[in-house]
Write a protein that binds this ligand. Structure first.
Ligand code: SF4
Length: 352
């Protein structure tokens, strides 16, 4: 946890209240997102891929092992199951696992992340069992293909036009990894895809990990990001459409934005006062923010690797020794014992 962010939190809440909040989230799993990184296959080789050249150290879990993991987390109170990995649509277990999540409890929240540029029938197979589908779109054709490879935009757009006949566009959000080349095309990108009925757009800057270490000259600065947020603000004020645009403010950037961006600072204060993600109504649209104030391992997210290791965040996959960063392997240790280790890891991270 960034010391300056911790200081901001402590200034705002008092140490006692902050620790009480963290303890409450540690003891329950109802706010947890369980990131099931089931798929280890991908059809692309993106320039910003956080997996980098990492290879699996163990054997992928079987369908029954994944079901056991889902049920164990469900029994402990987890209700949000997020299927990621490399490319979800290339994994034949995921449609069955989504079904299983809903069989356990129709109220469970279930979503998938995909590049949408390969196996189209997959989306029909999952259509009844998912609450959201996040599709990665890194700009218009030129900017997207620069990151994801020639022809990938056309395949993604073609598939997207097909899959909206199975999945309600209101359940789809497009997620953009921002770099210098694509930040100015956001309004055009939004215009292009909102004409298909898509209303939700997420954006977050690329982090220099995995393959993206080679993109350091393309990373956007905090000033660029501030400008993009302001331009989007104006764009929504003028737009008649009903859109939801969602920006992520990454943990390590919070101290600088706190000092240098009066608009964001007001939103930070609003977030700290309410504990809720901040949103602003602009004409018919919403401008929304997620602020990564709490960067405590395992607190709000737990990631299971394709071979069963329990990790604090997907970024860990850029490390070739990712298994050494894990709490344990879920196929060799019971969840109750793993949750005890989780609690110790959270306590240790705020004490150190
Ligand atoms: S970023 Fe996603 S789609 Fe691109 S290579 Fe990595 S796993 Fe595949």
């Amino acid at each position: 946890m960034n010391k300056q962010v911790l200081q901001l939190l402590e200034d705002f809440y008092s140490q006692k209240l902050l620790r009480k909040q963290i303890k409450a989230a540690t003891n329950k799993l109802d706010a947890l997102i369980l990131d099931l990184s089931v798929s280890y296959a991908c059809n692309l080789n993106c320039k910003h891929c956080y997996w980098g050249d990492t290879t699996l150290v163990g054997n992928p879990l079987s369908l029954n092992e994944w079901k056991t993991v889902i049920e164990a987390f469900y029994d402990q109170g987890c209700r949000h199951f997020h299927f990621s990995g490399k490319e979800s649509s290339l994994n034949s277990q995921i449609p069955q696992l989504c079904k299983y999540v809903k069989q356990l409890d129709a109220g469970n929240f279930c979503g998938i992340i995909s590049n949408a540029s390969s196996n189209l029938p997959f989306f029909e197979a999952v259509s009844n069992d998912i609450d959201y589908l996040e599709i990665s779109v890194d700009g218009l054709p030129e900017q997207h293909d620069f990151i994801r490879g020639a022809g990938s935009f056309d395949k993604m757009e073609h598939n997207l036009k097909q899959l909206i006949s199975w999945i309600n566009p209101e359940k789809i959000n497009l997620a953009t990894s921002l770099y210098q080349g694509n930040q100015s095309c956001m309004p055009e990108l939004i215009f292009r895809f909102s004409s298909l009925g898509i209303t939700k757009f997420f954006a977050s800057p690329i982090l220099p990990i995995g393959h993206a270490k080679n993109l350091s000259h393309q990373l956007i600065s905090n000033e660029d990001y501030s400008r993009l947020i302001q331009k989007t603000h104006h764009f929504l004020e003028e737009s008649e459409q009903a859109l939801n645009i969602y920006f992520c403010i990454q943990h390590h950037t919070i101290p600088d934005f706190w000092q240098e961006d009066a608009y964001l600072r007001k939103r930070f204060e609003q977030f700290l006062a309410t504990g809720q993600n901040v949103e602003e109504k602009l004409n018919n649209s919403w401008l929304q923010f997620s602020f990564e104030f709490f960067d405590l391992p395992y607190l709000y997210q737990m990631v299971i690797s394709p071979d069963g290791y329990v990790l604090p965040k997907p970024d860990c996959f850029h490390a070739k020794n990712y298994h050494e960063l894990s709490l344990e392997n879920i196929s060799t240790e019971g969840l109750k014992s793993i949750l005890k280790k989780r609690k110790s890891a959270i306590i240790q991270s705020i004490s150190s």
